[in-house]
Ligand binder design. Structure first.
Ligand code: HEM
Length: 465
């Protein structure tokens, strides 16, 4: 039996998915049920599902049967072909093993003070009067945190230059146009389009740098500059030694595979950019959504303040106190239930398989859809209501709630993100009282593959402490 297909032209489906992703998913589920197939030009068919058994199969299936590389191929031009996001099978298992130690829960204490410091410095600069958008300031904070804890940069000119380059690079890389292009062009062509301008083009006997003339090449040029910075930085660290350094990149430079081999500089570059791309926007967006909900629910804010006071008194939160903020943890979980930054995670079948009740062909992408699953009324009563209490003292099953994906590919940075978000949230709560700047409706804008609050959550600082 084959699952129902959305009977719209492929181009129109692509437009709906890019421009109105949530409405498109919701309407399709209403019409076709728990599973339905979306199809864009030049991509594999995408079977979206909120069926728990199918999600279980997707997360627990054999890595050689279920690949993610084809789903993430669009990212290759930015993150590079060695990125964990693109690897599959044994290669993925081996690379992930090398990358896991810096992201173990117990490592988080080492990053805590730096995370709090990044938040605190940003808050110092927030306007005393007038509105500003939380999404923008959280992006600043989370980028600062990544640059310091992952890349190991300290304040100074290099950090500033890196920051500027990354912001421009990520803004360009997440433009909707890239999404359209990725579904319209075969992966190979897309990669070539995005890569044009990285190297001079041979015009007869002359090599010409044509990058200034092509829109995509601005992105390539930025990336080239980022790469130059990164390779120079790694060269310096190879020469000076990294044993005493605590940052993630330095730990990755010391990692060895089972044959005792280190990662090459190109691998390190690709993984560093991967961590930046995967770990910056996601946390900034979730923090923005969390404040959006909390500012609409004064009773939740009051409880959060009471908990923080009980755990940390009036002083700053110490890294080892973070795990005691249970209500804050529940608030962030509830935020990710309602707005999982990535609304679905996919695996491409490498052979024909029976998934749930469907016989599916090789090449189909099965998308475990967190957005729809997190709204199933049988699992989540009154699903649209923001209610952190749902998570107090409860642990939902891994196939009912999966904002960080699941199985062997579950988000590598989950502990890092959860820790960072609690530290930043607590510091904001301790230092300022915010109020929404304008009446603000629940609306979602797309930024690349993530969903962000439209307008960026404009707020005003009501008071400081
Ligand atoms: C609220 C914050 C975040 C959310 C919601 C999130 C969500 C996700 C999701 C849904 C996936 C795909 C999982 C799957 O396919 O099953 C993923 C993968 C990944 N994330 Fe995150 N993420 C967050 C923060 C971070 C951070 C802070 C980092 C690192 C600093 C990070 C690094 C990664 C990496 C490396 C992968 C690829 C894992 C693999 O393929 O093995 N993420 N994340």
């Amino acid at each position: 039996m084959a699952p129902p297909r959305i009977p719209l032209p492929h181009l129109l489906q692509l437009h709906q998915w890019v421009a109105h992703p949530l409405r498109f998913m919701e309407e399709s589920a209403r019409r076709y049920g728990d599973s339905f197939v979306m199809q864009f030009p030049n991509t594999p068919p995408f079977l979206f599902t909120r069926d728990l058994e199918m999600i279980r199969q997707v997360f627990t299936g054999k890595p050689e049967d279920l690949h993610v590389g084809p789903v993430n191929r669009v990212l290759e031009a930015v993150v590079g072909k060695h990125s964990l996001l693109l690897l599959d099978g044994q290669e993925h298992i081996q690379e992930r093993r090398m990358m896991t130690p810096p992201f173990h829960g117990e490592r988080m204490l080492a990053y805590g003070l730096s995370m709090r410091e990044s938040a605190s410095r940003s808050i110092d600069r927030w306007p005393r009067s007038g509105a500003f958008t939380l999404h923008e300031v959280f992006q600043d904070i989370t980028l600062d945190i990544i640059l310091k804890t992952v890349f190991g940069l300290s304040e100074g000119a290099t950090l500033e230059r890196f920051r500027e380059l990354f912001v421009r690079m990520l803004n360009m890389g997440s433009a909707n146009a890239v999404l359209y292009l990725s579904a319209l062009l075969p992966a190979e062509r897309l990669h070539r389009v995005l890569a044009v301008g990285r190297d001079p083009i041979q015009l007869g006997p002359v090599k010409a740098d044509v990058s200034w003339a092509l829109p995509w090449t601005q992105l390539s040029r930025l990336m080239r500059e980022v790469d130059t910075y990164l390779f120079t930085e790694m060269e310096r660290r190879h020469a000076e030694g990294v044993e005493k350094r605590e940052d993630v990149l330095s730990m990755l430079m010391q990692a060895r595979d089972e044959h005792g081999q280190p990662m090459s500089d190109q691998q390190l570059r690709d993984e560093a950019i991967t961590l930046l791309a995967a770990g910056h926007e996601t946390t900034a967006t979730t923090l923005s959504w969390a404040f959006h909900f909390v500012l609409q629910h004064p009773e939740v804010e009051e409880k959060l303040r009471a908990e923080l006071h009980q755990v940390a008194g009036t002083g700053p939160l110490a890294p080892e106190q973070v795990n005691r903020l249970e209500y804050l943890d529940a608030t962030l979980k509830e935020t990710l239930r309602l707005v999982p930054v990535a609304p679905a995670v996919g695996r491409v079948l490498q052979r024909p398989m029976k998934v749930g009740e469907w016989e599916l062909p090789a090449g189909m992408a099965v998308m475990a859809c967190s957005y729809l699953t997190h709204r199933r009324p049988d699992l989540w009563p009154e699903p649209e209501r923001f209610n952190p209490e749902r998570f107090m003292g409860k642990r939902p099953g891994p196939h009912e709630y999966f904002p960080f994906g699941g199985g062997a590919r579950r988000c590598l940075g989950m502990a890092f993100a959860n820790y960072e978000m609690r530290i930043v949230f607590a510091e904001v709560l301790r230092r300022v009282k915010l109020r929404p700047a304008t009446p603000y409706a629940f609306r979602v804008a797309r930024r690349g593959v993530t969903l962000t609050p439209e307008g960026g959550v404009p707020v005003v600082v009501e008071s400081r402490s």
